[in-house]
Design a protein around this ligand. Sequence first.
Ligand SMILES: O=C([O-])CC(=O)C(=O)O
Ligand SMILES: [Mg+2]
Length: 258
Amino acid sequence: MLMKVDELNKYEKKLMGLIPPERIQKVDFPRPPKELVEAFKEFEGLTPTVSDVLDSLGIKGAISASRLKPVVKGKKIVGPAITIRYIPESITPDYGYLQKERAKLADRDVYALGEEGDVPVFDAKSLGDVSVQGGMSTLVAQKWGMAGNIVDGGVRDIDTIYKLDYPVWSTGQTPITGKYRVEAMEINGPITIADVRVNPGDLIIADDSGVVVVPFEKIEVVLEKTKEAVKKEDEVLKLFESGASIEEISKILPPSKW
Ligand SMILES: O=C([O-])CC(=O)C(=O)O
Ligand SMILES: [Mg+2]
């Protein structure tokens, strides 16, 4: 699919030409309204509650923090996904270095197409633990207002990520670069991370319990149901603390459903 040149012109000051334009699947796509995004941020116990809501709606969207580990603990992010998909290079890194081939990481071009508050999501699982995002990449993501990165693949320069205090979840940490090992195949197409599908514009929610993907068209109903679930749990907690009987508590939420 050939991208319209004028659509990309808007981004020419930021785009670094890291990926051929025809591999950019989407430039503009619907994002959830800011009020919805902000409303999710208010809740405590965010990903577990949203995961329960997704279960109740028959949606597969939750990923454990043991698969996608937070690099910096204590972070909570909510924002629309922008995506990048990598596959392995067929040359060896030695050949790449010696022949002065160009590296095909395209992380900064995803950020260039992002809006403030977006969550770049990387599908680099076929590469194992080689890095597709290091310290330089993290600095650019932060400077351009990304909310945090989700990487099914490796990241490196962990000390820099700590110093920048930028939220990152990844399946691996490594010193080994993805340069000459990976090639960016697509920006803003559908991808999978830890067996969960992500489309650009889907809502990504992440905290210390893990990562949850809410499909774009379900964001509103998931928010409503999350509000209800949080309210019920708060009521139960208050009643329990005030010494209410199990019978009273059961009227709000039966113990079998805690
Ligand atoms: O090669 C990489 O993984 C990228 C890298 O180090 C950086 O962005 O600083
Ligand atoms: Mg680096």
